[in-house]
Design a protein around this ligand. Structure first.
Ligand code: IMP
Length: 424
């Protein structure tokens, strides 16, 4: 069974935890897009792990983790992540495979990400400043460097010299410091020797695994509305976060995929700039006071709002979601009443629309039309089965699954592995 798991909202849906529990049945876990802008938090016993580039399967023994061709890799950050995991007692050797076609994030990508954001001023995207946009930009412009280049010292040195020369001119136009070719070369060569044992043709590996009927889990990063094509452009990330991206970014064809799981929070959050129709400071303050909703990559407080079924229904359509995992239900435990957005009105007037305008300016003009449901006002975090949930919580979950248009499969009531409720 090959399953793609994606975020149905604006990222941070709690995918890390769901991937972790689904990994029990997987042989291989694959990352196929994004870079170390992602941050997947996994709580195992008393330990907490935050992964940025390495698939969450690394925490379970006997699982193979693949970083596919569609990922952009900052080799220095990846080496740090591997070393960090080893310090925490996690084995990283033959269980990690990295695509030779994955593009590299270079120091000039990070510098340009930061400089462009600064120049945009109040129109900034609010990126993670990890160099993701400029790295994918170079890939599309066919001037990127790949892991395969890094593995060939002479090729890398030659390409790097040219790329540093050109990018220093660009950095100069932003009044930014230029980069030292020899310093970057040394740092990247060191990382290259550490990463070499992991680098292979992952496409061939995955096809062999499919022929052997292995179970593959594709671990999505970010969420549907951050997708470069289907999200709220330009307030998006630079990769395809939707299910199609998992195929392109791994070389596994669509007809090898059996199921698409959409992960969604029981409410809505977003980090960075861009429209968020159901944004609500009351729910935001409540969640922040509970110590929740701070980004795992940048530590930024996430913007919060009511559940938006206009958005999640669209996500079901674009991704072909057939099963849902709803997380963070316990975040709503204290509320007397809960609102669900069932439609938008543009400028608060006229016809109710149920397809989100993807133009960021038009989406920003949308005001939500809400349906209100009673809360449950008891803690759900100790529930062990779906039927243990209070009736009002089950009614709420049924309503959001029905509006989202896919089958409810998993409900999560806390970060722990044992706080996972399964439906048939
Ligand atoms: P970038 O991916 O760093 O270029 O950032 C572009 C937008 O995507 C910004 O609004 C970021 O906050 C958002 N973003 C990137 N990665 C994540 C993530 O893993 N979770 C949530 N938002 C993200």
């Amino acid at each position: 069974m090959n399953t793609i798991l994606i975020g149905s909202q604006w990222g941070d849906e709690g995918k890390g935890k769901i991937i972790d529990v689904l990994t029990t049945d997987a042989d291989i876990v694959v990352r196929s897009q994004g870079g170390n802008n992602a941050g997947h938090t996994i709580v195992s016993g008393k330990k907490k792990y935050i992964l940025h580039l390495i698939p969450s399967g690394i925490l379970r023994s006997g699982k193979i983790c693949v970083i596919g061709n569609g990922v952009v890799i900052d080799p220095i950050a990846l080496v740090q992540e591997i070393e960090g995991l080893r310090t925490q007692g996690i084995k990283v050797n033959k269980n990690l495979l990295i695509s030779e076609s994955a593009h590299l994030v270079m120091p000039y990508h990070r510098a340009l990400d930061e400089a462009r954001e600064q120049m945009k001023g109040k129109n900034k995207i609010g990126t993670t400043k990890r160099g993701i946009g400029p790295a994918y930009g170079d890939k599309a412009a066919r001037v990127g460097m790949r892991l395969a280049d890094l593995m060939r010292p002479e090729v890398f040195e030659k390409k790097l010299r040219l790329r540093i020369k050109e990018n220093n001119l660009v950095l100069k136009s932003f009044n930014e410091k230029s980069l030292s070719f020899s310093k970057v070369l040394k740092e990247y060569q060191e990382a290259a020797s550490l990463l070499k044992p992991f680098v292979i043709n992952t496409v061939a590996y995955l096809h062999e695994a499919i022929a052997k009927k292995k179970n593959i889990l594709f671990e999505g990063a970010q969420g549907t509305f951050l997708d470069l094509d289907h999200g709220t452009y330009p307030f998006v990330t630079s990769s395809n976060t939707t299910s199609g991206g998992a195929c392109t970014g791994s070389g596994v064809p669509p007809n090898s995929i059996d199921s698409v799981v959409g992960v969604l929070k029981a409410y809505t959050t977003r980090v960075g700039e861009g429209p968020l129709p159901t944004e609500n400071t009351t729910i935001g303050t409540m969640l922040h006071e509970m110590g929740r909703e701070f980004g795992s990559t940048t530590g930024r407080a996430r913007r919060c709002g009511w559940f938006d079924s206009v958005a999640t229904r669209y996500a079901t359509m674009v991704n072909g979601v057939d099963r849902l995992a709803i997380t963070n239900v316990d975040g709503l435990d204290e509320l007397k009443e809960i609102s669900i957005c069932v439609g938008y009105k543009i400028d608060g007037r006229g016809k109710i629309i149920t397809i989100p305008p993807l133009d960021a300016e038009e989406l920003a003009r949308c005001t939500p039309v809400y349906k209100t449901m009673p809360g449950w006002m008891v803690s759900t975090s100790n529930c062990k089965n779906y039927k243990d949930l209070p009736l009002n919580a089950r009614r709420y979950l049924d309503a959001i699954a029905q509006l989202t248009g896919a089958k409810l499969w998993i409900v999560s009531v806390g970060p722990g592995r044992d706080q996972t409720l399964w439906l048939k």
